[in-house]
Design a protein around this ligand. Structure first.
Ligand code: FAD
Length: 365
């Protein structure tokens, strides 16, 4: 794994700032990384993945998150698509789709709609059966990586519940509309997806039948939450590294910034944030790897803690660097914008707090 991290560092090198400014990661690079199984590294080896445990995948995701949150976001989408296929698809669907996802095809996952953000039970996208086909109609919003994607995993309603359907982006009736100038993760390829009478073979529906909306959504989002949580650990590590390096070298009032106690306090806060986020993520990943019943709540906790720590920690890092970090493309400036979005996606901080409160209130003792 450390070899894989080093090789990725060399390939991203200092390009993340440029990708952030141009709003694009080169498509060839994404395909190359995808074809090496790097974008969904938990997929079992039999399907061309690396078969990483959640803990190892987390370490890798944090590494990518520290280099470039846009790339990590693309990776989260790909991993979430693969996870959804693994969890909900039939053996035939897994055998067909997973090797494509580890072979260079890029994927994105669409839940959110104009009327269904936090409240996914309000989804209006329909997946109607019609003989041996299904017809998809709807509008998905803010789909990360949709601009790059070959395949979309779209969540909608069928007669018997919620379904996830795999939609090739080249299918007639699919229109992908790029979101201009997002606040952060600017090269993650966010787009709105319009689906108008999109006709697909009936076996495009994962598992072939509907599930309760909450069950389907929780299953798919669980992977995304872990990935975002570990990505936030990476953001914190990058911020800590930038802040300590700057505070050691930059002098004001005749001594390094780090020797001014209020600045040292910022460094201590950043270190604490990084450590706290790392520990909650490690705990959650161990729950995944051990199949613990605490997995669901540990995942929500990891996502919530890491995202809030990253948003606060990135602001602290900008404060330490001050004007030196206050330009587009700089590590801490990117982190500041990227981290804020982590408090919104995969279950906002408010939704996470509601889930954690529900858990605390229902837990015995
Ligand atoms: P709203 O639901 O309108 O919420 C607005 C505010 O009200 C939030 O602070 C929210 O927490 C709060 N709120 C809402 N309901 C409650 C409540 N009951 N109690 C307390 N507070 C509440 N979607 C996808 O499907 N796929 C993707 O890949 C994807 N990627 C994204 C990437 C980015 C960068 C962003 C910004 C969004 C992405 N989304 C994606 C959409 C994302 O999932 C939604 O933005 C998110 O679920 C929140 O929905 P909303 O923006 O409509 O906010």
């Amino acid at each position: 794994l450390s070899g894989a991290m080093t090789s990725l560092t060399l390939r991203v090198s200092d390009l993340a700032g440029e990708w952030d400014r141009t709003g694009l990661i080169p498509l060839e690079l994404l395909r190359e990384l995808g074809a090496e199984g790097r974008l969904c590294a938990e997929v079992p080896e039999q399907y061309g993945g690396w078969g990483l445990s959640s803990l190892h995948s987390g370490a890798y995701t944090a590494h990518v998150g520290g280099l470039c949150s846009s790339l990590r976001s693309v990776m989260t989408s790909q991993g979430m698509a693969a996870w959804t296929v693994q969890r909900l698809g039939t053996a035939e669907q897994a055998a067909d789709l997973l090797p494509r996802l580890t072979g260079g095809a890029l994927a994105a996952v669409g839940f959110s709609e104009p009327g269904a953000g936090s409240d996914l039970a309000a989804m209006a996208t329909t997946v109607r059966r019609d003989g041996d086909t299904v017809v998809v109609d709807g509008h998905k919003k803010w789909v990360t990586a949709a601009h790059y994607a070959d395949l979309l995993v779209v969540v909608g309603r069928q007669e018997d519940g919620a379904v996830a359907v795999v939609v090739p982006t080249g299918t007639p009736g699919v229109r992908i509309e790029r979101i201009a100038d997002p606040l952060g993760c600017r090269a993650a390829g966010h787009a709105d997806v319009h689906l108008d009478g999109v006709r697909l073979p009936a076996d495009s529906v994962l598992g072939g039948h509907g599930l309760p909306t909450a069950l389907l959504v929780t299953t798919a989002l669980a992977y995304g939450r872990m990935s975002v949580a570990w990505g936030c650990v990476g953001i914190l590590r990058a911020c800590l590294a930038a802040a300590t390096a700057h505070a050691t070298v930059r002098e004001q009032f005749g001594r390094p910034l780090a020797e001014h106690q209020l600045v040292a306090g910022h460094i201590a806060d950043l270190y604490t944030a990084e450590q706290v986020a790392t520990r909650v993520c490690e705990h959650a990943s161990r729950c995944w790897d051990e199949g613990s019943p605490d997995q669901v709540v540990a995942t929500v906790l990891a996502k919530h803690v890491s995202a809030t720590q990253a948003a606060r920690g990135a602001a602290t890092a900008v404060q330490v660097l001050a004007s030196a970090g206050s330009r587009d493309g700089h590590t801490v400036a990117r982190a500041y914008r990227d981290a804020k979005l982590m408090e919104i996606i995969e279950g906002s901080s408010e939704l996470c707090r509601l889930m954690l409160a529900r858990h605390a209130l229902s837990a015995p003792g």
